[in-house]
Design a protein around this ligand. Structure first.
Ligand SMILES: Cc1cc2nc3c(=O)[nH]c(=O)nc-3n(C[C@H](O)[C@H](O)[C@H](O)COP(=O)(O)O)c2cc1C
Length: 192
């Protein structure tokens, strides 16, 4: 089948639907963010793109800090809610029954219910058009100990992470392989 050519748009999928916290422990806010990703490994850097009209936009701009909290299938309803209601009008954290804890390296709190939280410090706020891209260094990661095994390995597949694709939410499912498996030599069975 031939492919239809469409004009350029934001159709990259899947992307995370992360809960991003901003503000302070006294006056926190949370919003859902799909436009995020990793842009560098060393130093570890990420971005979030936020529309200037979002209540969170100026909170992030002023403090230069935010936390990206990874979301799970069990949190799908909360994730959607925090993406369609504004902190201008309500306390979404209370409304959703979320619990916050202080982070280590930033003054923005993290969400206890999320298995992994990325503490971020903004290095650049770049107005791009509809969105401002906040480029940021990931200065610390908080991982729920429940998912760390006795060898210190993080078992991320146990968290039940979710993803967002073209307006719909999906549970991450069956593992298909791991990094480099396509070229890895099979171990010889020495007992034969
Ligand atoms: C799945 C999903 C992804 C979203 N991604 C973004 C995003 O990347 N950038 C953005 O500015 N708004 C995004 N939004 C919309 C904001 O989360 C929404 O406008 C929210 O109400 C803003 O909250 P605030 O006014 O409290 O800051 C997304 C919403 C949903 C449901």
């Amino acid at each position: 089948m031939p492919k239809q050519f469409w004009k350029g748009s934001a159709l990259l999928a899947p992307v995370p639907a992360a809960l991003v916290t901003c503000g302070s422990i006294e006056h926190p806010n949370v919003l859902t963010i799909g436009w995020t990703g990793i842009v560098c490994t060393r130093p570890p850097m990420t971005y979030i793109s936020v529309r200037p009209e979002r209540f969170s936009h100026d909170l992030i701009k002023e403090s230069g800090e935010f936390v990206i909290n990874l979301t799970t299938s069990a949190m799908c309803r909360i994730t959607d809610f925090c993406g369609v209601r504004s902190g201008k009008d309500m306390n979404k954290i209370e409304k959703c029954g979320l619990h916050l804890s202080p982070a280590q390296k930033v003054s923005v709190p993290m969400i206890d219910e999320c298995p992994v939280s990325l503490e971020c410090k903004v290095t650049e706020a770049k107005p791009l058009g509809s969105h401002t891209m906040f480029l940021a260094e990931i200065v610390g990661i908080d991982v729920d100990e429940k998912y760390i095994d006795s060898k210190g390995k993080l078992n991320l597949q146990q968290c039940g992470l979710m993803a967002y694709a073209h307006g719909e939410y999906f549970a991450l499912g069956r593992k298909l392989g791991d990094f480099g498996w396509s070229v890895r030599k099979k171990k010889k069975n020495r007992s034969k």
